[in-house]
Design a binder for this molecule. Sequence first.
Ligand code: IPE
Ligand code: IPE
Ligand code: MG
Length: 248
Amino acid sequence: MLLREQINTDKLPSHVAIIMDGNGRWARQRGLERIFGHQQGVKALREVIETAAELGIKYLTLYAFSNENWGRPDDEVNALMGIMVQSLNNETETLLKNNIQLKAIGDLNRLSVDVKERLNETIKVTSIGTGLNLVVALSYSSRWEITEAARRLSADVALGKLKPDSICEEVFEKYLTTYGIPDPELLIRTSGELRISNFLLWQIAYTELYYTDKLWPDFGKEDFYNAIIDFQKRERRFGKTSDQVLEK
Ligand code: IPE
Ligand code: IPE
Ligand code: MG
């Protein structure tokens, strides 16, 4: 049976998050500069976005650049930012055509003016989209996000807008950059690394994790299907017993 036919479209995860890792190694294995891996990674990106949209997934969050990635050599950071601007320029039409709306999470103030402007422009023009919500995590780190939330929440307490007693999980979440976006149900990481690397720590409390050895530039449609098929075989218990889950 074809992979696509093994997917139960009634039980799709509504939000899939991906740590797109392994571009550098992909290039090095071919004796190329790391940057070629990043360029090749854009192709995988396009294919996965298309696949998610076609399946009818509501949210796709992609970890494109972490706060820690600012510490890479300047040449690589600049090349990655260049790819970002180029992709936004090239793909905006496709996003519009496919009814996709772009969102961004992260410390966007650290981006250069041209990247920020290009990004905001694409977010604005695609905001009419009603299909896939494409969330790009850019200059993002989860500890930054949580600290920032704590800072803004305390400011509201100091101003008397919020009472400490009224702070609960739902209130705290309002201060996160992901507010309004449901938690991911499935998190995919490529390149065989078994770690989270400061991504969505709050939001993945009950997310199903899926790791693959494939390097990001080699990740395609079939790999995305495999991750979803694997996800659909899992029993999500949320602390309950298996019997309780099956009773429902
Ligand atoms: C992921 O690939 C892309 C970014 C982090 C921007 P890497 O560049 O981390 O590739 P590896 O992990 O060095 O192979
Ligand atoms: C995580 O990949 C960040 C992105 C994919 C954007 P890294 O390659 O930066 O992660 P570590 O440093 O190996 O954990
Ligand atoms: Mg990496």
